[in-house]
Design a protein around this ligand. Structure first.
Ligand SMILES: Nc1ncnc2c1ncn2[C@@H]1O[C@H](COP(=O)(O)OP(=O)(O)OP(=O)(O)O)[C@@H](O)[C@H]1O
Ligand SMILES: [Mg+2]
Length: 249
């Protein structure tokens, strides 16, 4: 991974417009001129009202949405990697090894038991199955998921139980960059606390985190900086580069 003194991620003049094919090709511009940097060991929290484009930014960084303009770059010791021009086949490796993502809701795969959902990112990395299972079970136990649920598919789990499976899967592989889309939204206080600890441990091992947290207490405890997205970066208004507001040094 990159040295601690450099940003690991830089986003420059990012622009996103959706073309709505079902609406006669109408264009919806949701982001304009967004710039940010993120360093190893740092947690930058995206803020701003519903619909401003927070999840869209994470999805562009995870390769699920295409970039309309601007650049997204990861900086490694041996050179930069441009995500905005990355060929489709390279995303698989990048998601396996570099960019982890905790979506707001678990995308359930039918018939796959919870523990296997959590093990999968480790197996993809070549971790021995027995070791991967021990680690996955430890993570599920830490997130207080009852042991009787581990061997069941999460399709019928409660919202909070599904989200804990999702969080376990997202954190277990210790990616250098973690994207967190409201991971604590459906959790009780005890489990929110576990997630805060997981985030603090990820920072301590040098991961760079970009997250969305509506819970102010969680936000205050994990954020090194806050980036308020504003309509400046939206379609109808003048373009203004975003400035990250320092809330903690
Ligand atoms: N696939 C898509 N096609 C068309 N429009 C989209 C798509 N994804 C997002 N949008 C639009 O982009 C805008 C930003 O959405 P986004 O989900 O990023 O907001 P958000 O800031 O995460 O909001 P919230 O806090 O409610 O989660 C919204 O107006 C949304 O309708
Ligand atoms: Mg969102």
């Amino acid at each position: 991974m990159t040295s601690l003194t450099q940003p690991f991620l830089s986003v420059d003049a990012l622009h996103k417009a959706f073309v709505l094919h079902g609406q006669g090709g109408m264009t919806l511009e949701v982001m304009r001129d967004l710039s940010l940097t993120l360093s190893p060991g740092e947690c930058l929290v995206l803020a701003g009202p519903s619909g401003i484009g927070k999840s869209t930014l994470l999805k562009m960084l995870h390769g699920s949405y295409r970039v309309t303009g601007g650049t997204l770059r990861l900086h490694f010791e041996d050179g930069d990697l441009s995500l905005d021009t990355l060929p489709a086949h390279a995303w698989h490796t990048l998601r396996r090894d570099v960019i982890g993502y905790v979506s707001q809701f678990l995308r359930v795969v039918p018939r796959v038991p919870a523990v296997e959902v959590v093990i999968e990112p480790l197996l993809a990395r070549g971790v021995d199955e027995a070791e991967a299972r021990v680690r996955a079970e430890a993570m599920l136990a830490r997130l207080n998921l009852p042991e009787r649920l581990w061997s069941l598919p999460p399709g019928t789990f409660s919202g909070g139980e599904q989200q804990r499976v999702n969080i376990a899967r997202g954190f277990i592989a210790e990616h250098p960059l973690l994207l967190l889309d409201e991971p604590t939204a459906s959790l009780d206080a005890a489990n929110r606390e576990v997630v805060v600890q997981l985030i603090q441990e990820a920072k301590a091992r040098g991961a760079a985190l970009l997250g969305i947290f509506h819970d102010e207490d969680v936000r205050d405890r994990v954020a090194d900086r806050l980036l308020p997205l504003s309509p400046h970066m939206g379609a109808a208004l003048a373009s203004t580069p975003a400035n990250a507001e320092e809330i903690r040094s």
